[in-house]
Design a protein around this ligand. Structure first.
Ligand SMILES: [Zn+2]
Length: 250
């Protein structure tokens, strides 16, 4: 799943189109039925920003196109008129460039404000105390799952959850109610810092994600993995150096 940092990259990529009146079309029939292209065709694109895992394209007239990329969606910026095979979901054609959305499974049009999301973990101004307070509201849930709840904190997926909790040596299976404010602060701050570093360097910086069955890079114990939460996202953790909780039934 594309994480918040890849959405920020996509938002950056599309900046050359901002301020232009765009020709918008949906070559893909599945996207055409959303009616999004017709509503924004011929309007000025006012801004593109990543909020959590959503890319929000604001058009004049208070229209916001929300693109959630799920597993497969990709935004590209290409010179206008680039020949292509296949049917992109959306083409935003400007004077010199066109933004092209491939396989964007979620494409919706919203007037005005967007459904409530937590703070964007990569926002320039980020209120760490407010983020911790919001996570605190989920006392009875598991830390790993809670960090990925976009209503509480937007932008963190299972890769950065795993990396952040490994960094601060806490188990994704810890209950939020059993974790101190200080640890919650460190975990959120670690997710933010790791994602910022990845954004700046272009490197994923993985220490534990997808390393199940291999030795922990810190202590040598074999890293484990197990599905967690309603969406059964895979958690990766070191059972020796990440304390505070074990999977249910163990
Ligand atoms: Zn370890």
């Amino acid at each position: 799943m594309p994480e918040g940092d890849s959405l920020h990259r996509a938002a950056r990529r599309l900046q050359p189109l901002v301020g232009q009146r765009l020709e918008v079309e949906s070559p893909n029939p599945r996207a055409q039925v959303t009616g999004v292209a017709g509503r924004v065709d011929g309007r000025v694109l006012e801004s593109v920003e990543a909020v959590g895992k959503n890319l929000l394209l604001r058009f004049e007239g208070d229209l916001v196109v929300r693109s959630h990329l799920r597993m497969t969606g990709r935004w590209r910026l290409e010179p206008r008129g680039t020949p292509r095979t296949g049917l992109p979901w959306l083409v935003l054609r400007g004077e010199t460039y066109e933004g092209v959305l491939w396989n964007g499974p979620v494409l919706t049009l919203e007037a005005g404000t967007v459904r409530r999301l937590g703070q964007d973990v990569l926002a320039e101004t980020f209120d760490l105390d407010a983020a911790v307070a919001r996570l605190r509201g989920a006392r009875d849930r598991l830390l790993g799952e809670t960090l990925q709840d976009q209503r509480l904190l937007a932008g963190v997926g299972n890769m950065w959850m795993a990396e952040a909790l490994w960094t601060v040596r806490v188990s994704p299976w810890a209950r939020v109610g059993d974790v101190s404010d200080e640890v919650l602060r460190e975990a959120v701050a670690a997710a933010r810092r790791l994602m910022q570093e990845s954004l700046a360097t272009g490197r994923p910086g993985r220490q534990v994600y997808r390393r199940a069955g291999r030795p922990c890079l810190r202590c040598g114990t074999i890293v484990r993995s197990r599905g967690q939460g309603d969406d059964n996202r895979t958690a990766y953790w070191c059972p020796a150096c990440q304390g505070g909780g074990v999977p249910p039934g163990e």
